[in-house]
Design a binder for this molecule. Structure first.
Ligand code: NIG
Ligand code: FE
Length: 420
């Protein structure tokens, strides 16, 4: 068991209410068996500790007196329960970030495309084909090493839950191998074989849609938890999207969508209609779109790094909040439209340029991400949650937005284990 004390601000979170961080000042957290056993005001920590000493082990522990508790590590001899106490001396603690939208499995580099964009070129999803070619040519080992490297970078930035998409293979074999590798590192695996039409199907996109439905989805059963489609001009039409999402659902996958990233089409409303758990990007959204999404209870996942890196207009989060939609923020880390895997970066831009309040942004990358993945065990630090948390080198969670570009994540625990 671990007792973390000296927390200046503990963000506990209420998963149901946007921006409800439920901050406890002068707080402590008790961890056992990889879970949060208790979190609350320091003044109640001793009582909580005595109540839970038996929980981390099947054998009840002997009562430990308060003097012992302050002394670092102690072992309750009769029960074999070891208690580690960690005094942070006044640092903020937030739930580990839930990055609910990532494309971390790929090979190759598109930094020249980024540089050209900054020099005035427009983003077009056409660059995806470059990554597809490099990914197909890469070995399994290369792909996995790149994935692990990007995940560990993100972990150092506080991310503890990752959704990861396929989508740079676009053949039965290459999509399935991407999913197999993803599944070794996260349970949130997404099939997005409908990312773009691959070059070999350029003359006959409909045949690729048929391949996705008749071969790729069936081959991915049991390998993909989620089905996703890039519904956009130049990628997949609304009719094609509907067919693919329905086929994925019939195969037991849960639906999510890339919607209204580049144009103001009907993809958001389609996402609401198809029962998507989340529609992502939503860079362009009409009042009718937002009303439909609020009505359907679909999470809208905004991706600040993408507008940053494509120079598209930032959506104004205040409109989405006023419309009553449920919001999340994720990185969408990918080699083309935005190659940042830093959640703190998204918080800073979300606040500065999308007009999230600091509280809404911190909530959106934790509780919001959990909602976007239908998870209730992550994204908060209430009793029973997975012990995923980030200790900040700062007295307040507000510093995540206030001090952009500064490495504020000092230590990260996942399932009670120190991982960064
Ligand atoms: O989410 N929009 C489609 N897919 C990615 C971009 C992929 C790429 O450019 O390689 C995205 O932005
Ligand atoms: Fe994406």
């Amino acid at each position: 068991m671990q007792l973390i004390t000296g927390i200046s601000e503990l963000v506990v979170n209420d998963l149901d209410t946007l921006g409800a961080l439920n901050v406890v000042e002068d707080a402590a957290v008790l961890i056992g068996g990889g879970r949060i056993l208790w979190s609350g005001p320091s003044a109640q920590a001793d009582t909580a500790l005595h109540d839970h000493l038996g929980d981390a082990d099947s054998t009840p522990a002997e009562v430990v007196n308060d003097d012992d508790i302050e002394n670092g590590t102690l072992t309750s001899a009769s029960a074999g329960v070891e208690l580690e106490t960690i005094d942070l001396g006044g640092k903020a603690v937030v739930p580990g970030f839930v990055d609910s939208h990532n494309h971390l499995i790929f090979a190759g580099d598109r930094s020249a495309e980024f540089a050209a964009r900054m020099a005035g070129e427009k983003y077009s999803a056409g660059g995806i084909a470059t990554t597809v070619a490099a990914t197909r040519a890469a070995s399994d080992e290369e792909l996995e090493a790149n994935l692990v490297h990007l995940m560990s970078q993100a972990t150092r930035q506080g991310t503890t839950t990752f959704e990861i998409k396929s989508g740079y293979g676009l053949t039965v074999k290459d999509e399935v191998r991407a999913l197999e590798i993803i599944n070794r590192h996260t349970e949130e695996s997404t099939l997005i074989a409908a990312h773009v039409v691959p070059p070999e199907f350029k003359e006959n996109p409909q045949a690729y849609v048929d391949l996705v439905i008749d071969e790729i989805i069936p081959a991915a059963i049991g390998q993909a938890k989620w089905i996703d489609v890039f519904c956009e001009k130049g990628a997949f039409t609304e009719d094609q999207t509907r067919r693919i999402i329905e086929a994925g659902k019939a195969a037991g996958m849960k639906p999510r969508l890339h919607a209204n990233q580049l144009t103001d089409g009907g993809a958001l409303r389609l996402g609401a209609e198809l029962g998507c758990v989340s529609v992502d990007h939503a860079t362009f959204a009409s009042d009718e779109d937002l009303a439909a999404l609020a009505e359907a209870g679909t999470v809208v996942t905004l991706l600040p790094s993408i507008e940053f890196s494509t120079r598209q207009p930032y959506p104004d989060a205040r409109r989405y909040v006023e419309a009553g939609v449920s919001l999340a923020i994720a990185t969408d880390c990918n080699p083309g439209s935005g190659f940042s895997n830093s959640i703190p970066f998204t918080i800073a831009i979300g606040v500065r340029d999308m007009h999230f309040t600091v509280e809404q942004a911190v909530w959106a990358v934790t509780a919001g991400g959990a909602n976007a993945l239908q998870r209730t065990d992550v994204g908060h630090l209430g009793a029973g949650a997975q012990a995923d948390l980030a200790i900040l080198d700062a007295p307040s969670y507000r510093h995540l937005a206030y001090r952009p570009g500064v490495q504020l994540v000092e230590r990260v625990y996942r399932g009670g284990e120190l991982v960064a």
